[in-house]
Design a protein around this ligand. Structure first.
Ligand code: ADE
Length: 242
């Protein structure tokens, strides 16, 4: 089955990046098709039906406060047009659930993903609520604990993480199984030739040819790295800080 990805944004030109790199390859191989839509195309008329020459997509927040909020009527028109019955609505937001490898794997099985990229202070909260009420899966997801200017960069990162998990996309499926986060641990360190470089030697065990001992060493390295860099990923019994 071919995955369809739609992106709705006020910066459609930003998504030219989808044409290059691995993702460009996946599109050529027809595992995935992408469609980018300009949100302003849905802002030609105001909520009362009169023309809006400015194609306004945002307005001041009810209750006051800084910044602007994206209008639900404009988003409603765009999403009614773009979302298919089996589509999943993904809204990148610093207030979302963490975007993890497990979530990427789940989303890689959806027939259609629609990324709604908000700017300013986000999208009127009723948009997510409305499509969830309508029976769609709605995922508000955050890339990490920092704030970007909008959802565009986050959408590109999520699209890359998701599409590389589509079966047939990566040349070497084993590299997906072994990489960081696939088993809840960080990946072990990797080395290639030369065995000695600027006074630094590749660990002897990797040159030994003992496959079982190499696997054991790599697992120990995974645990050590994870303990040091990401204790939040480990239970206390493994030296972590769950
Ligand atoms: N939009 C702004 N900041 C974001 C973040 N950290 N993750 C996802 N979307 C965002």
């Amino acid at each position: 089955m071919r995955m369809r990805i739609d992106v709705v944004t006020i910066f459609p030109e930003f998504f030219g990046v989808l044409d290059v790199s691995l993702l460009g390859k996946a599109r050529q191989s027809e595992l995935v098709e992408t469609h980018v839509h300009d949100l302003r195309d849905y802002a030609a008329f105001k909520a009362d039906g009169s023309p809006d020459v400015h194609r306004t997509v945002d307005d001041a927040p009810f209750g006051g406060g800084a910044g602007m909020v994206m209008k639900p009527d404009v988003w409603g028109k765009a999403l009614d047009d773009v979302l298919k019955p089996t589509g999943v609505l993904v809204i990148p937001s610093p207030a979302g659930v963490p975007f993890t490898q497990a979530l990427a794997a789940e989303l890689s099985e959806a027939p259609q993903l629609v990324f709604a990229c908000g700017r300013y202070e986000g999208i009127d909260a009723r948009v997510a609520e409305h499509y969830a009420q309508d029976g769609y899966r709605v995922v508000e997801a955050s890339l990490g604990d920092y704030v970007l200017n909008g959802g565009e960069v986050a959408a590109v990162a999520m699209i890359e993480a998701i599409t590389r998990l589509i079966p047939g996309f990566m040349g070497n499926a084993q590299s997906i199984v072994e990489e960081s986060h696939a088993d809840g641990l960080l990946e072990y360190p990797s080395y290639t030739r030369p065995a000695s470089w600027r006074g630094l030697d590749v660990p002897d065990i990797l040159l030994s040819g003992h496959h079982a001992r190499i696997a054991e060493w790599r697992h120990a390295q995974q645990l050590e790295r994870t303990r040091e860099r990401r204790p939040d990923l480990l239970p206390p019994a493994e030296g972590g800080a769950w």
